[in-house]
Design a protein around this ligand. Structure first.
Ligand code: SAH
Length: 243
């Protein structure tokens, strides 16, 4: 759980959206929900739409003002459906997630969402260090509130180090440049032995094959297999020639 990140919903009209936002948050390992003057909350519809994320709803902090919800935050980002509502720095969700996570290492940060009908007021947007806009159809750019919470929470999830842990498993011990050179020499000789490559008219075959095998970046085991295949092909050719 990312405990330093607050999701702040300002003056939400539909309790169902509050529930759906809580669900989106919990799915993406966020838990701190702040509600500024919500209309009709708590409400059965919110609980129904939260569908199991009731704990996020139960621990939601209801505030009288945006200032109160932002109290103690070192960094604030406002989500805006309009790409250029006021002249304020705007980032995309990925940039914004990176910045929020960085800042959250040192203290509380907030991601603020506006009301369904009119978004955030200019006064509210001015309380933000940055705005984030989810790229969308310029003629129809306003996402459902909970959908916007989902997209931005997902980006925060993707930015977490554990999401990139699998990349470490992919670190492979590829063979060195000398081993590649030695392989290419072996490959060329084998192709000549097999009379597939005419040493007097090599054309671009070796260059093409080099490009192909370099792209694969073989590791040691793969290289052993390749070398074994070449030796087997050479041996068979020799065997045939001797018979
Ligand atoms: N009609 C409002 C949009 C309200 S949608 C307007 O024009 O501003 C409710 C909230 O969801 C917005 O205030 C914003 O916080 C978020 N949201 C919706 N679409 C978004 C988008 N494309 N990018 C970022 N946030 C968005």
């Amino acid at each position: 759980m990312k405990t330093n990140i607050r999701i702040v919903l300002v003056n939400t009209t539909h309790p169902g959206n509050i529930g759906a936002a809580a669900r989106a948050m919990k799915n993406m390992c966020l838990e701190r929900l702040y509600l500024v003057e919500p209309q009709g909350f708590p409400c059965a519809e919110a609980t129904a739409r939260a569908s199991g994320a009731d704990d996020v709803l139960a621990s939601a902090v209801v505030c009288q003002s945006l200032e109160q919800a932002l109290n103690g935050c070192r960094f604030v980002v406002g989500a805006s459906a309009r790409s250029r509502s006021i002249s304020w720095p705007v980032e995309n969700p990925r940039q914004c997630a990176r910045r929020l996570l960085d800042e959250s290492k040192q203290g509380d940060v907030a991601l603020v969402f506006g009301r369904e009908h009119s978004g955030l007021s200019n006064e509210e947007l001015e309380k933000c260090h940055y705005l984030v806009h989810i790229p969308s159809n310029p003629d129809y750019s306003s996402l459902n509130l909970a959908a916007a919470v989902q997209v931005l929470s997902y980006e925060l999830m993707m930015m977490a180090p554990e999401q990139n842990a699998h990349l470490k498993d992919e670190v492979r011990e590829v063979v060195s440049a000398e081993e590649m050179e030695s392989f290419f020499g072996h490959l060329e000789q084998t192709l000549i032995d097999l009379e597939f490559l005419d040493a007097n008219h090599p054309r671009k075959l070796m260059r093409r094959l080099r490009r192909f095998y370099n792209r694969a970046r073989p590791d040691k085991t793969e290289m052993n297999i390749l070398r074994g295949m070449l030796s087997a092909a050479q041996g068979r050719k020799l065997y045939k020639a001797e018979r």
